[in-house]
Design a protein around this ligand. Sequence first.
Ligand code: DC
Length: 681
Amino acid sequence: MYSTAFLDLPPLQAAAGEVHLPGSKSISNRVLLLAALSSGTTTVHDLLASDDTRVMLDALRQIGCVVDESGGSTVRITGLGGSTPLSPAKLFMGNAGTAMRPLTAALALLGGEFELSGVPRMHERPIGDLVDALRQLGCQIDYLGNDGYPPLHIAHGQGVPALALAAPIRVRGDVSSQFLTALLMALPLAAVHQPVVIEVVGELISKPYISITLQLLARFGIAVEHQNWQRFTIAAGSSYQSPGDIHVEADASSASYFIALGAIATSATGQKDAKSGIKIQGVGLDSIQGDIRFVEAARAMGAVITGGPNWLQIERGAWPLQAIDLDCNHIPDAAMTLAVMALYADGTTTLRNIASWRVKETDRIAAMATELRKLGATVEEGADFIRVTPPVRVQDWKPASIHTYDDHRVAMCFSLAAFNPAALPVRIEDPKCVAKTFPDYFEALFSVAQVAAPQIPVICIDGPTASGKGTVAAAVAQRLGYGFLDSGAMYRITALAALRAGLAIDADHEARIATLAQTLPVRFEGGKVWLGSDDVTEAIRTEEAGMNASRVSALPAVRTALVDLQHSFRRLPGLVADGRDMGTVIFPDAPLKVFLTASAACRAERRYKQLISKGFSASIDDLRADLEARDARDSSRSVAPLKPAQEALVLDNSDLTIEQAVEKVLSWWQERQPFAASAQR
Ligand code: DC
C-alpha cells in the first residue's frame, strides 16, 4: 500500500496481464455479520482485508464473537448463536456504512447497551430512516449528535426488547439500500414465532445489493420472499445456520477499474508471445454482485469482454470509446468508473439516476465533476446525474492533482486518467484511501501497466562518502512512494560474492568477477539484502566491505556487468537512485540529479557519532583525514570519478538536518512537476 501524501502516476499507454482481485466488501461484511449471528463456527475464505472489514471484525470481537485471523485471508468466526452480546460496548465504525447500518439493526434487536460512532464523514451519512424503522419496532435508539445521523446510542436494560411485529415494518428505500439490507439481516432474529414483513416506502434503489443480501441470507439458512422488491417476508421459524465454509467472491466494483483498463490501454507489449489484454481472476460473469453488470456498460462503450465462472478477459475494442447515455441505478459504485472512461469517448456521456452518489463516502457527483474538470473535461451535474464531455483537443488536457476526498473509488477510477493522450502525469492525493476496499490497488495497476523505461521518472542522488546521500535518497523515495536503488550496495555485494568465491579483487580477476556480477542472485526484501539464500544486510555494511567495494568498483568490466541489474530497478511509479554514476552512466536521462555534499569536518563528525553510537571507538581527526584522502582518490580516479553530473544541482547539507535536505530535494522535484501549483493544498 502507498501511504505517501500523493502518488504521481507517469503517463501510461499499454497494459496486459493478469490480476487477482481482493474479496468483495459488500459480501465480506455481510458474511461476517451473518456468521456472528449464527451458532457454530464459520470459516470465511478470501475475506477482503480492508479498513471496512477491520472495523467489522473488531466490533464483532468486542460484542463477544470469537474471531480467529491467524489464517491470512481465511478467517474463522464463532457466532453468538442466540446468546446476548457483551455490553456495554463502544464500537467504532470508521467510515464503513456496510458495518454501521447492519450492526445498528442487529444490536438494537439483540439487546444491550451500545454506542456506535465513526469518522466525521460517517457522522454526516444518514441513518434516520433505519432508526425510524427500528423505533417503530420498539427498539430504543438515541442520537448522540445530530438527529438522523450517527453517533448513536442503543439501550435496552434487560434482554431482547419486546417487538411490535404485527404490522409490516416500513422503511424508506430511496436514500440507501443499506437500511433495508440491515433490516433483512437482523430481523430473522425476531422471526421465530411469526413471519416478519418489511415494506419499502418509495422506490427501492440499488436492488442488486438487496439481491446479494438475499442470496447470502439463503446461504445462512434464512428464506426471504419478496413481491416486486416492495414487500419482503422473512419466514417464521427463521434461524441462522452457519454454512461451515463460505468463499467470498472478488469485488466486482474493484473489477471495474481493470475492465476499464482493458478497454482503454493498448496491448502493444513489444515482447514476443506476450499475452494481450487484461485477465481478471476471482470474479466472473455469473457473479452474484450487481456491479458485474458494469460489463454491459463497458461493452457499450467499446470493450471486448469474455468470461467464465471465475474470470473475465478484456481487450480494447472500439477506439475512441463510444459515448453512452445510461441509467446507472443498477451499478451505482462501478458507474464512477464510467465517468472516467467518458474522458476517452467520442462525445458526451450522461450517467443518470445516481442520486445515491451524494450520500456515499463523499458527495461523489460533486467530487467527480470537480476532478474531471481539473483534467480539462466539460462537466454538467445535477441532483441525480452527471454529464461528461472529454477535452476537445489533445492540448486541452490539463495536468491535475486529483483530490480524493477519503474516497477509495475516486482514487482508483482517476488512476485511469494516466492514459490521457497528452501523456501528462496524474497526481493522486492521499493514495492510501484505497485501503477501504483494495489496499494494493496501485501495486496491481503497476503489475499490468507496461511502460517504456524512459517514461519512468528517476531521481539521482550522488555525493562524497558520509554526505548522507543514502539516508536522504531513501527518505525521498519513501516520501514519493518510489523504489530505491542503493547502487553502492551492488558493489558491496559483488565484492562479498567475489571473496566468497575465492577471487582476489584485482585486475587479474576482473573478467571472472564481472561474470559473477552479471548473475548476482541479489534481492532486496523487507529492508534486508539477500545474496541467494544468505542475509548479507550486515556483512556488506562493514568498513572492510566498503573498502572492497571501492576496489571492485574500479574494475570497468564489473561496472559494465552491473548496468542491466541497475536498469531493472527502473519500475513504476518511479525510482530514486543513489550512487556514483547514476546520473552520468546508468540513468543519464534522469529528470533530476542532485549532488549532495557537506564539508569534510561535518562529515567526519557525523561518521564519528555514528561509530560511537554503535560502540566503536574513533577519533574525529583520523576520520577527517581518511575522508579527505578518500575524496581525493575518488575524485581523481579514472573509472567513475566522484564528480557531479553536469546538470546536477549541488546541495551542501553541512548546516541542514536530514529532514531539511529531504525537503529541499522534494521541492526541486515538485518544481519540475506540471501540477506543482495545485499540489500544495
Ligand atoms: O555508497 P557506498 O559507500 O555503499 O559505495 C561503496 C563503494 O562503491 C564506494 O567506494 C563507491 C563505489 N560506488 C561506485 O563506484 N559506483 C556507484 N554507483 C556506487 C558506489
